[in-house]
Design a protein around this ligand. Structure first.
Ligand SMILES: [Ca+2]
Length: 316
């Protein structure tokens, strides 16, 4: 399975990247970066650090430092720390793994080089993907699928995290996200409706440290900061593994329940970033939903299987 990983590392991004790197079924073609959990210089540096740490051969390609809505948002320091990785010590990182060019151009070139084969797993703001689509709309018909971590549709009361209406990746660039949903490719949405079922407790993280070795220990260290946020803000004992769940979908879609239908994103106002799906079972629905292709929204997941698979994969 050929994969481009579009990311803003990010603690849960690091969890997802280690997962990808251990999956024999996955051929990781590139890691593209985007502003989000930190500025673009920091997320790119973090991607290079994780690439080196996880012994990944795929290149890192720097992506968008500004979003398409032209609105700059504060960095989520209370969630991911000042350095984006829970304020662990990050050594000086070589830029050997950095490939010249832009993320959007890399996405276009890679999809065109392998028509019908490339899955994009996007776990940050969708700016790079939207830029690629604007430049070369035909890629929508050439990608295998796009799996995103983002959005919230109200299942189990999960309607937003950055605001009561919006999830952070979509809120971070609602214009880009809306363009992604409007395009004629297969988009699978792994949003808060399912990611909040993936809780990595302190016991689970301790087990990872013991079984996985240095990289498990690294994830546990990063998660200390992340855990304080979840305890203080949400009263949750553990951390949510949002981004890793998008990787699970690639391998085990049968562990998810989905709802099909076109999705629209509110791009401005107090509910900016809200994602709204019209189920395909509704006939003769209103515009703009009726003008869009149906996409898949994940609405339930077998969380226990995911956590077991994650642990087993990292221990390989
Ligand atoms: Ca992320």
């Amino acid at each position: 399975m050929k994969v481009i990983f579009d990311t803003d590392p990010g603690i849960d991004d690091a969890m997802a990247l280690l997962y990808l790197s251990k999956l024999a079924e996955v051929e990781l073609l590139g890691i593209t970066t985007v502003v989000g959990n930190a500025d673009i210089a920091t997320t790119t540096r973090n991607a290079l650090f994780l690439r080196q740490q996880f012994d990944i051969s795929a290149p890192v390609i720097r992506g968008a430092g500004e979003t398409l809505d032209g609105v700059s948002k504060p960095e989520p320091v209370i969630v991911h720390g000042v350095n984006g990785l829970g304020d662990i010590k990050i050594p000086a990182v070589s830029e050997d793994g950095l490939q010249a060019g832009t993320a959007s151009q890399f996405i276009i070139d890679t999809i065109r080089a392998h028509p019908g084969e490339v899955t994009i797993i996007a776990v940050g703001r969708m700016t790079n993907l939207a830029l690629a689509l604007r430049q070369d709309p035909a890629i929508a018909g050439m990608a295998k699928q796009v799996i995103i971590m983002g959005g919230a549709f109200g299942y189990q009361g999960r309607s937003g995290n950055i605001s009561p209406a919006a999830e952070a990746n979509i809120h971070g660039d609602p214009v880009a996200a809306d363009e992604i949903f409007a395009a004629s490719w297969k988009v699978v949405v792994v949003g808060l409706d399912v990611t909040h079922d993936i809780i990595l407790t302190s016991d689970y993280l301790a087990t990872l440290s013991a079984e996985v070795g240095a990289n498990g220990e690294l994830l546990a260290q990063m998660s200390d900061h992340y855990a304080k946020f979840y305890m203080n803000v949400m009263g949750l004992a553990g951390v949510v593994g949002h981004d890793l769940l998008a990787v699970t979908y690639l391998l085990h879609p049968e562990w998810f329940e989905t709802r099909e239908g076109p999705v629209v994103v509110l791009t401005e106002g107090i509910a900016a970033g809200q994602t709204i799906q019209m189920p395909s079972t509704r006939k003769n629905g209103p515009s703009p939903w009726a003008d869009r292709p149906a996409q898949l929204v994940c609405i339930a997941v077998e969380a226990e299987k995911v956590l077991q698979h994650y642990r087993a994969t990292l221990s390989r």
